[in-house]
Design a binder for this molecule. Structure first.
Ligand code: NAD
Length: 321
């Protein structure tokens, strides 16, 4: 498939995640034209200007503040915009609010985007919001991607690398399912150079817990997470722009794979210029299959709750970052 696109990346939402993503893309010269759009125009302008001031010291990429018209010809539109939880506001109410914001942002971007643009969603809860984005997008689901558990898999590989004394880039391990509390580690396929990991069950449990709760720890310490998600979004952008066919645990609409249909969640996917090219079915063991089914049921209840306007009270949305 031949696709020609302007090498532009638009980021909607210039908060901590959006700005750090722009900075990562800028330093790595991922695209010559990086555009920040925010309802708070001054914030987008300030973040872009701060980066522009380093232009003489940086590479060839440029960052600027813009608007939805810049989505025309963009290769990728990343959405990191969202309302923060207000005092007294339930997570369900926040989800309804962010669902409405996502729908309006996608509609505004769709007025300008070309048919080949890939939409990349990071706003939480990312699986549900990617599914809402896909419902409102005028493009195939394969071109609407959630950042999913790319970040969680990176956290896992870092944690394992520390324990094993091995470069995290050479640890092969995946977190799948929800980006949030019901996610699971696929221990049956975790390996280094084909060798299975000889870790006691208690240590595995602790590494899985640290992976799952990693965001809470960072948020408690500094208020938000942004650098590692920025690197995760950069990796997904590289896979799309370079047509890498990279295997990444992005959130995608499963269409029968793993026994799940019409639901966004993360499993290993081949990612290239057209977005998600295909899903890879790992041979999960029994407990992993059960854990993935549970994660899917959590996400199913959440998206069904949104559709009816009455999310289940006990279907709490994790604020994992
Ligand atoms: P933030 O509050 O710093 O930034 C959000 C930005 O969105 C603000 O600048 C706000 O003005 C903007 N915004 C709100 N409504 C908008 C609209 N309608 N149009 C355009 N812009 C709008 O928050 P943050 O720390 O940058 O986090 C952003 C989102 O990313 C959150 O939902 C967070 O949970 C999520 N996140 C996801 C991951 C992941 O792995 N998927 C990791 C970290 C954070």
């Amino acid at each position: 498939m031949t696709v020609s696109r302007t090498p532009r990346i638009v980021i909607i939402g210039a908060g901590a995640v959006g700005a750090d993503t722009a900075y990562t893309l800028y330093l790595r010269e991922r695209a010559p034209d990086i555009v920040l759009v925010d309802i708070d125009e001054q914030r987008a302008r300030g973040e872009a200007l701060d980066m522009q001031h380093g232009q003489a010291l940086a590479g060839g990429a440029r960052v600027r503040a813009g608007d939805y018209a810049d989505c025309a010809g963009a290769a990728i539109v990343i959405i990191t915009a969202g309302a923060a939880q207000k005092p007294g506001q339930s997570r369900e109410a926040l989800l309804e609010r962010n669902g409405a914001i996502m729908a309006s942002i996608v509609a505004a971007a769709e007025r300008h985007m070309g048919p080949d643009t890939v939409l990349l969603i990071a706003t939480n809860p990312v699986d549900t919001l990617a599914q809402i984005a896909a419902r409102h997008a005028e493009r195939p689901n394969s071109q609407v991607i959630g950042s999913g558990t790319v970040l969680d898999s990176a956290r896992l590989r870092w944690g394992l690398g520390e324990v094993l004394g091995v470069d995290a880039r050479h640890v092969h391990a995946h977190v799948i399912g929800e980006h949030g509390d019901s996610e699971l580690v696929v221990w049956s396929h975790a390996q280094v150079a084909g060798a299975p990991l000889a870790l006691p069950a208690a240590q595995r449990e602790e590494i899985a817990r640290a992976t799952r709760d990693g965001a809470y720890e960072v948020i408690r310490a500094k208020g938000h997470t942004s650098y590692a998600i920025a690197l995760s979004l950069d990796r997904i952008c590289a896979a799309i722009l370079n047509d890498d066919h990279a295997v990444l645990t992005v959130s995608t609409n499963l269409d029968g794979a793993y026994g799940v249909s019409d639901l966004y969640l993360s499993v290993p996917c081949v990612v290239g210029r057209a977005g998600v090219e295909r899903v890879i079915e790992m041979a999960l063991d029994g407990p992993e299959r059960a854990a993935l089914a549970h994660s899917a049921s959590v996400l199913r209840a959440r998206i069904d709750g949104i559709a009816s306007g009455t999310p289940e009270a006990d279907n709490a949305v994790s604020t994992s970052g």
